[in-house]
Design a protein around this ligand. Structure first.
Ligand code: ATP
Length: 648
């Protein structure tokens, strides 16, 4: 309970020490150790053996009595008048017994042996007493120590789990069901604004509208309109969804609760639902406010699509709670929920229906102008040389996400710093792009001359085919310096396509097969170096046949499954006969493309050889040299004709 009574004096807060909360454990262990020490310390009884006992103590008739404790220990009392002298010199006279002890197998056996000895030697019988003693200290320790270990492990686990939750504030088991969302409000202002989000203009307008709903609800409600409850940001990884949400927090000037979907789900059942309740309660208290749930697929994945064998009750109950809260079952007035995901198709349909996340904002990968704008944003803090040409950089990075571009800028700065430059130059950016596309250069990797020859011809094969076919991207550079996992690489300047035609697909297949075909023609032998190419070609041919309906025999049919249901069921959506048809069509497509690739290479064998020799000499060949060897990319009308599919 909080101490809010003004009459009661407030206790000053003492900064926590590592001992706090654990004091009782330390005290208990201390008491146990001290008492054990006393117990052991107080013992001055010496241990003896049967031989000593028999040959000295018994033989000399020094033993007064024996007490057998718990059937396994014999305590020996020496006659008082013998103490302090002879072999008992060390024992002060008058000291109370027992004076010696001995571990024995069993009481009866001991007694028999004793009797046998005394009778044989004609000695006086020795009185024996039996006692049962319980070692309660030992027993207490034997159950307290395991208990303490279990409690310590439990507290350790709770602390570990608790650290990621409840906002990371000090551990308190009662905070377990609290949401732990990061809150941006008057005291903790988000520094990201729309200035930091480049491009994404349409998305910004839509998101701003959400903020306006909260600030001026009257404008909308006076016309009878209902304010949307949920907005979901959908887009590929790194497209700027989280950044956009942070910018909303910075611009909205209303409390903003940010949490990741995975933070709800815990190994304990019921915690997720309780965190959802807590989050909505806090948001409602501070309304108007915005809740942002990042990576909502962690909880919102479709219930029917979860693996049927692996039930996930905790995730489902968390999702159910989220659905209930969003239903307006209570009054959610003044609270708008924003969420982000890469996979909207995986989300439960109940979550996406009107009344819940009814607004979908799509964030696409940036186009040329947007990429330039993103470069500008991330170049702001960098020290740049005059040579930097943002237009070229934007052109060299099609298909890159905002996160990739941010990474390039940072990578370029690191490269320039390594070279001890005072400003980052264009070549640093180019190298950063190369590195991100093809991996880190490994100049020290040892490759034999014969392997190098294979790589040179393989790369020349790709280069030659892509140069002479119409629908391939423009080749910029070829290299046989190993990078990442690959032994060579070719850089293209991809055009930005929204759709690809069949002819474009076919040319791309040929360009990918160029390496394997060149090895085949030159060495009359093929190598394992075409693994990546063949994987790419097979996948592409399969999508052409089974997804895009680009094979005449298969017809206009697509087995693409945007809902991901077949993915989970391990069953193909077509019959065995169709599977065979698909296999056949894929094989034919790849085989005919391979023959066509070889034709192109036969026709341009001289150029192929020339480029391979130059690569062996220089390792890297740029666009100018490529043009010198191949000539300018020829007139489209001169390109080899795309053969019609045999059956077409
Ligand atoms: P994920 O789905 O993987 O979480 P995301 O879409 O949420 O990705 P963000 O985390 O928002 O991606 O973006 C990562 C980084 O990329 C940002 O911190 C930012 O530096 C950069 N970035 C992405 N998009 C943009 C943009 N439009 N303008 C400026 N920077 C951007």
């Amino acid at each position: 309970m909080g101490n809010n009574d003004p009459e009661t004096p407030q206790k000053p807060k003492i900064p926590g020490t590592p001992l706090q909360g654990w004091w009782w454990v330390y005290i208990l262990v201390g008491i146990l150790l001290i008492s054990q020490w006393f117990m052991w310390g107080s013992k001055s009884t010496q241990e003896t053996t049967w031989l000593d006992f028999q040959n000295t103590m018994l033989a000399r008739q020094d033993v007064e009595s024996i007490v057998i404790v718990n059937q396994d220990k014999a305590e020996i009392y020496i006659k008082p008048d013998r103490l302090g002298q002879g072999i008992y010199q060390e024992i002060p006279s008058g000291k109370a017994g027992p004076h010696y002890y001995m571990n024995i197998g069993s009481g009866e056996h001991f007694e028999d042996k004793l009797e046998e000895f005394t009778t044989a030697k004609d000695l006086d019988p020795i009185p024996i007493k039996y006692e049962k003693r319980s070692n309660w200290w030992g027993e207490i320790i034997s159950w307290i120590i395991p208990l303490l270990i279990i409690v310590a492990i439990w507290i350790y686990i709770l602390r570990r789990v608790g650290r990621g939750n409840a906002g990371g504030s000090g551990f308190n088991p009662f905070d377990f069901g609290k949401s732990g969302a990061q809150v941006f409000d008057d005291t903790n202002i988000s520094k990201v604004t729309f200035e930091d989000v480049a491009g994404l203009e349409e998305a910004k307008v839509e998101v701003m509208e959400v903020v306006d709903f909260l600030k001026n609800p009257g404008t909308y409600t006076s016309l009878g309109a209902k304010i949307p409850k949920g907005v979901i940001l959908v887009g590929p990884p790194g497209a700027g969804k989280t950044l956009m949400a942070r910018a909303v927090a910075g611009e909205a000037k209303v409390p903003f609760f940010s949490i990741s979907g995975s933070e709800f789900v815990e190994m304990f059942v019921g915690v997720g639902a309780s965190r959802v309740r807590d989050l909505f309660r806090k948001a409602k208290e501070k309304a108007p406010s915005i809740i942002f749930i990042d990576e909502i697929d962690a909880i919102g994945r479709s219930r029917s699509k979860a693996f049927s064998m692996q039930s996930n009750d905790e995730r489902e109950s968390t999702l159910n709670q989220l659905l209930t809260e969003m239903d307006g079952f209570g009054t959610n007035a003044g609270v708008i929920v924003m969420a982000a995901t890469n996979r909207a198709d995986m989300l439960d349909r109940a979550l996406l229906r009107p009344g819940r996340f009814d607004r979908h904002i799509y964030l696409e990968l940036p186009n040329l102008e947007e990429r330039k704008a993103i470069f500008k944003v991330h170049m702001r803090p960098l020290k740049l040389a005059n040579s930097i040409d943002i237009h070229t950089l934007g052109g060299q990075t099609p298909g890159f996400s905002g996160a990739d571009i941010a990474n390039i800028c940072n990578e370029a700065a690191l490269i320039a710093a390594r070279r001890k430059k005072s400003a980052i130059e264009m070549e640093d950016f180019t190298e950063a792009i190369d590195r991100i596309i093809a991996g880190l250069e490994k100049k020290t990797k040892i490759i034999s001359d014969s392997e190098k020859r294979i790589v040179a011809y393989h790369e020349s094969g790709h280069a030659t085919v892509s140069w002479f076919l119409q629908h391939t991207d423009t080749l910029m550079k070829v290299s046989i310096v190993p990078r990442g996992k690959s032994l060579g690489a070719a850089w293209y300047l991809p055009q930005e396509h929204q759709i690809l035609t069949r002819k474009q697909f076919l040319d791309r297949l040929c360009a990918a097969l160029g390496g394997r075909a060149a090895e085949d023609i030159i060495f009359d032998e093929v190598s394992s170096g075409a693994l990546d190419d063949l994987e790419k070609v097979t996948k592409q041919a399969y999508t052409m046949v089974a997804f895009y309906g680009l094979d005449s025999e298969m017809g206009n049919i697509s087995y693409y499954d945007s809902t991901g249901e077949y993915e989970q069921s391990l069953q193909k959506p077509y019959s065995e006969a169709t599977a065979q048809l698909i296999d056949k069509a894929v094989r034919q497509l790849i085989e005919s493309s391979y023959q066509r690739t070889k034709e192109v290479l036969h026709a341009h064998r001289e150029e192929l050889e020339e480029l391979a020799q130059l690569l062996l000499k220089k390792e890297v060949v740029g666009k100018e040299e490529l043009e010198t060897i191949f000539g300018p990319r020829p007139d489209p009308t001169l390109y080899p004709k795309v053969p019609k599919n045999e059956k077409n």
